[in-house]
Design a protein. Sequence first.
Length: 216
Amino acid sequence: MDTNQHIFQLREDFTKGTLNELDVEKTPDAQFAKWMQQAIEAKVLEVQAFNLCTVNKQSKPSSRIVYLREFENNQFYFYTNYQSRKGIEIETNKNVSATFFYPELERQIRIEGTINFASKEKSDAYFNSRPTESKIGAWSSLQSKQINSRNELENSVLQNQKYFENQEITRPHFWGGYVVTANYYEFWQGRKSRLHDRICYELNSKNEWVIARLAP
Ligand SMILES: Cc1cc2nc3c(=O)[nH]c(=O)nc-3n(C[C@H](O)[C@H](O)[C@H](O)COP(=O)(O)O)c2cc1C
């Protein structure tokens, strides 16, 4: 079958669960923790991967997958190169969004918020926990910059391996954590006939989370 014909005809119905505004947790971070735990228990693939959307100076969005490494109190941590495309976009616009997709559970979680650097202590602690090859990799890749060949990257790795042979591999100044502070969440549970459940949480002027249902 032709690929376009195939995807045009695909029709999956969602039947694995329901989501009710009366049953959800009072706070979205508790609801997020519950769904993350259930996804881990359901052995969802790449459970900590999320799509991070940033916006550049010209208001043009771009997105990519990154790994969530920690979350608590509406704060979501990930680690990357500060001089990458995302890093440059974050410098000019602190508004970001994040999307998790758990196909095995027919669930999606959308988060919106503002982003800042994680503390140096957190970045150091995470960097130091990484395997040696990943530490060398961080030093060796000018993430998002054009390179001439695979060889160029591999030579950079060799040079850094040599340089750090007999010394501690410290965190590069251009690499570390970001923390997204969420001000909006949406929990989506697929339902039959596209009549999905969508429950969102938004902060009101008194800084309280208000729960609402959205049309699918
Ligand atoms: C499953 C998966 C996990 C990833 N995790 C990270 C991550 O935690 N940090 C990171 O910098 N890039 C990660 N990447 C690579 C990014 O998607 C992206 O290629 C890279 O960060 C450069 O993006 P940018 O040019 O928009 O800055 C991951 C990619 C995939 C597919």
